[in-house]
Design a binder for this molecule. Structure first.
Ligand SMILES: Cc1ncc(COP(=O)(O)O)c(C=O)c1O
Length: 338
């Protein structure tokens, strides 16, 4: 099998353990968690695994600066900038979000503390034309930032937004192998994985990992922002790209299990399912989940599997986003004694 170069950044294997109290509370049977929130740098998260396989490209291009883009909440931007600094590289970011008053997120505070060069792009949330023009405006700012860094003599590498690339998905192809070994050590070879889906590149890697090992494992994605068919179509593109690279047969859309009923009002907005799921995970298992990604995925897990597990183990893949969980906690209004 073809192997891609890895620049080690994570402490792996990330822990795998049972969530017996949560599993019992929701009657979902045997519930496990894969702790990619504990990958050993900053606050962990799936983007760290992706960077391990993307950054060798930057190194072979001789880059001494990393530039990327994402929302003000972006875990990818925070981890890219942090890793750049760790490696002695310069970092530049284009951060975007709705116009209006906003409290800086923990991720934004971290990158600002690092002294990262940041340009911002804002849009009017209620104006479809302003949203439609966002991608173009981000491109313009990216070009500006890159040019100014190059003028200072930097050689810039553009990290794909969200770490969504062949290399990013390949990281999760490998991560599937890591989980499967751990599950086998516990005598489990057949199970389901539940995870949050944004661009679909993490999902694609896990799906191909299961297909590549012909494992009896169902990978179930929960879309956190896009509805279908868009979410499935984008994820399918990521699956196809990796299948071609790995010489696996390309599936059709029906083979991908990606559920879009938990998007609610959209990206980063809490939902009636995410709020109690996050609270329950905190109370029963001491887990920190955010409303943007993992909270939505866990809310869906509860919805679909409550009272219906039939002994089939479920692995909830904690893809990170702990700084978003901290944003939510700090946003809560509590009295000093409450
Ligand atoms: C914490 C967390 N979980 C899940 C995802 C979704 O990953 P993907 O874009 O590969 O679907 C992201 C992406 O931003 C993330 O930060």
């Amino acid at each position: 099998m073809i192997q891609l170069e890895r620049l080690p950044l994570t402490v792996t294997p990330s822990p795998l353990h049972r969530l017996d109290r949560l599993g019992a509370a929701w009657d979902v049977g045997e519930l496990w968690i894969k702790r990619d929130d504990l990958l050993g740098r900053v606050l962990g998260g799936n983007k760290l695994r992706k960077l391990e396989y993307i950054l060798p490209l930057a190194r072979s291009a001789g880059a001494d600066a990393l530039v990327t883009t994402g929302s003000f909440e972006s875990n990818h931007c925070c981890l890219t900038a942090s890793v750049a600094h760790m490696l002695g590289l310069e970092a530049g970011l284009i951060l975007m979000g709705p116009r209006g008053p906003r409290v800086p997120t923990a991720n934004e505070r971290i990158v600002r503390r690092l002294g990262t060069e940041i340009l911002t792009v804002e849009y009017d949330e209620d104006d479809p034309a302003s949203r439609a023009d966002l991608a173009r405006r981000v491109e313009v700012r990216l070009a500006e930032l890159t040019e100014s860094m190059e003028k200072r003599g930097r050689r810039v590498f553009l990290v794909p937004p969200g770490g969504s690339s062949l290399e990013g998905s390949y990281a999760f192809f490998r991560a599937f192998g890591e989980l499967h070994e751990q599950m086998k050590q516990h005598g489990r070879e057949a199970y389901s994985i539940v995870l949050a889906v944004g661009t679909g590149s993490t999902f694609a890697g896990l799906w191909c990992g299961a297909a590549g090992l012909a494992a009896d494992v169902r990978v179930c994605g929960v879309s956190i922002a896009r509805t279908n068919p868009r979410c499935i179509d984008e994820s399918l593109k990521a699956v196809e790209r990796l299948c071609r690279f790995l010489n696996l047969s390309v599936p059709d859309a029906e083979a991908l299990d990606i559920r879009d009923g938990f998007v609610g009002d959209g990206y980063s907005k809490p939902t009636p399912e995410s709020v109690p799921a996050i609270q329950m995970a905190r109370e029963t298992e001491g887990l920190l989940l955010d409303h943007t990604y993992t909270g939505k995925a866990l809310g869906a897990l509860r919805h679909f599997w409550s009272g219906r597990s039939e002994g089939h183990p479920i692995v909830f893949w904690h893809t990170g986003g702990v700084s978003g969980a901290m944003d939510d906690i700090f946003a809560l209004r509590v009295s000093a004694d409450g």
